[in-house]
Design a protein around this ligand. Structure first.
Ligand SMILES: NC(=O)c1ccc[n+]([C@@H]2O[C@H](COP(=O)([O-])OP(=O)(O)OC[C@H]3O[C@@H](n4cnc5c(N)ncnc54)[C@H](O)[C@@H]3O)[C@@H](O)[C@H]2O)c1
Length: 171
């Protein structure tokens, strides 16, 4: 699928990989619904979009808030008329501790965002009728992982990672 003319929702578009994915999709001619819990960060992504900023819409949403997430597809369609795909990128990492040293509050926070939040987003967009969205939203792109392991390449490679995600999905 080519990115040009497509409407893609990107969670975690306020920073890091999500921001880079959003900006790359915009340069490829896509419209991007940027979703993030951090309003200021999302506004910064919009500012970085430059002359493509009109094709970027900000949706300040906590993906662990199920009712807010359920309202999201309708808001994206109200703004762009349709939705073609979602990139489940938003996520948090736990401190790099041994399991025995991780407290349950931290474990639950990570599971709520990375597992349930991702599930809420995917399910909300999958609920759209094919006539409303163009169908491709039923193939969500996941690129985070539930738990991160400490490896040096966690600190590098954002550029190649975002290129790989977009190339694999939208040409
Ligand atoms: N950076 C890496 O090397 C690396 C490695 C493995 C996995 N990942 C995963 O890739 C994804 C992006 O990583 P990153 O380094 O760009 O992270 P980041 O922290 O720079 O960006 C994550 C974004 O998600 C947003 N977010 C967090 N919780 C949210 C919530 N509840 N609702 C909505 N938005 C929320 C944050 O505000 C932030 O803007 C994450 O899921 C991360 O776990 C990253």
């Amino acid at each position: 699928m080519q990115a040009k003319g497509k409407v893609i929702a990107v969670t975690g578009a306020g920073s890091g990989i999500g921001r880079e994915l959003a900006l790359l999709l915009l340069t490829k001619g896509a419209k991007v619904a940027g979703v993030d819990v951090n309003a200021a960060a999302l506004a910064r992504t919009a500012a970085l979009a430059g002359n493509r900023a009109t094709e970027f819409a900000e949706f300040v949403t906590d993906i662990t808030d199920r009712s807010a997430v359920e309202a999201l597809p309708g808001q994206v369609i109200a703004r762009f008329g349709t939705v073609d795909g979602i990139i489940n990128n938003a996520g948090i990492i736990q401190p790099f501790l041994r399991l025995k040293d991780l407290d349950y509050g931290t474990i639950e926070r990570v599971l709520n965002v990375n597992l349930l939040g991702t599930l809420f987003v995917t399910k909300a967009f999958f609920a759209l009728p094919a006539a409303t969205a163009r169908g491709a939203h039923r193939q969500p792109v996941e690129h985070g992982r539930l738990c991160s392991r400490p490896r040096p390449d966690h600190l590098w490679g954002r550029q190649s990672r975002r290129e790989a995600v977009v190339r694999r999905s939208w040409g």
